[in-house]
Ligand binder design. Sequence first.
Ligand SMILES: NC(=O)c1ccc[n+]([C@@H]2O[C@H](COP(=O)([O-])OP(=O)(O)OC[C@H]3O[C@@H](n4cnc5c(N)ncnc54)[C@H](O)[C@@H]3O)[C@@H](O)[C@H]2O)c1
Length: 360
Amino acid sequence: MGKRVFLITGIAGFVGHHFLEHILKNTDDVVVGIDSLTYSGSLERLRDIEIDPFHHPRFKYLSYDFRQPVGANFAQELQDVTHILHIGAESHVDHSISDPMRFVMANVVGTTNMLELAKMLPNLELFVYFSTDEVFGPAPLPADIPAGDDWNGYREDDTHNPKNPYAATKSAGEQMVTSFANTYGIPCIITRQMNIFGERQHPEKFIPKVINAVLNNTVVPIHATPDKKQAGMRHYIHARNVAHAHLFLLDKKPWIGAPPRSVPSYHIVGEVEIDNLSLAHIIADTVIRVGEEKGLKTHPLRYDMVDFHSARPGHDLRYALNGGKMRELGWSPPKNFHDSMVKTIEWSLNSPRWLKNSAL
Ligand SMILES: NC(=O)c1ccc[n+]([C@@H]2O[C@H](COP(=O)([O-])OP(=O)(O)OC[C@H]3O[C@@H](n4cnc5c(N)ncnc54)[C@H](O)[C@@H]3O)[C@@H](O)[C@H]2O)c1
C-alpha cells in the first residue's frame, strides 16, 4: 500500500489535532491540515503534542477558510491528496441557537465546498464526513423504553430528526455528501460520533468544566428531567479511540462491494454510557485523589440539577447511537473508558493552562 495523503479539515480543533497525532505516530502517511482558526481552533494544540508537527516531514499546515469557493490554485496544491477527512465544523449547540447562519455557512456551504474540492482531486480515494449523534435527535431515556423493547440506540440508517440548528446543519452536510456520491460518483463514507473527550478540549466542555469547578469551588449545572431526578446521559469516547476507529475503517474498507453510489455510514461509540451526574462524580473523585498527591487545593463536587428544557432549549437529554455495526466489523476501542478518562484528568491537572480559555 502506498502512502496515503490525508487532507484533514479543522486540524487545529480538538478532534482534528488528535487525528494528526494518531496518524503521525501510527502510520507512514502524510497529513495536510487546514483550519481558519475560529474561536475553538488553535495552533497551540498542535505545538503541544508530543511529536512537533511543525517540524515533521509528513505534515503541512495551510491556513484556509472552507466557506470560500475552492480556487484552482488551492486544488492544484492538493493534487496528491488521497483521503479527505472533513472534521472541521462549527460545533457548539448554544452558538448555533444564537447564530444559525454561521452554522449554515460552515457546515453546509463549507461541506459543499470540500465536496467540490473532492471533484478536483485526481487521486482521491475517499471523502470521510464527520457527523454526530445529534442528527437523530433525542433518544428515549431507558426508563421510558417499554418493557420487552430491545431498542438500543439509533442505527446507521434511521431517520434524522435534528432538534437544533447545529444538528440540522450536520444533517444537511450528510445530505450534500450523499448527493455528491450519487451525482458525481465521489466515494464517500459518513461516520457519526458521540461525546468525545481527551487532552486539550475547549474549557467550555463538560469535563474541563467539572475539573475547574472542583479546583475553584464553583457549582456545576447538571442537565436533568423537569423533576430534576434524572440527569442527562451520553456515551463518551476518547478522541484517540475515534481516530483508531477511522484508521480501522480505512484499512478494512468494509464498504467494498457495497452498491455503487451509496454512502455507507458507521457509528463510532464508546463502550460506556453514563449519566452526567455519575460522570461528574467520577471526575471530581479523580481530581481530589490526584490533587491530594500533587498538593493541590480541591473541593467536594457542588452541583445543581437544572431542568434542561428551560435552561437550554434545543438541547436533548439523551443521545444514543447503536455501535453494533462497528463491533460486528471487529472494532472495539483500544483504550477503555475508565483508563482514558483518568488519564485525561491527570493530564489536565498536569497541564493547567488548558483549563483556561487563554490557552487557546
Ligand atoms: N467533540 C465532540 O464531542 C463531537 C461529537 C460528535 C461529533 N463531533 C464532530 O466532530 C468534528 C470536530 O469537532 P471538535 O470537537 O473538534 O470541534 P472544534 O470546534 O474543537 O474544532 C473545529 C475546528 O474547525 C475549524 N473550523 C471551523 N470553521 C472553519 C472554516 N470555515 N474553515 C476552516 N476551519 C474551520 C475551527 O477553527 C476548529 O479548529 C465536528 O464536525 C463535530 O460536528 C464532535
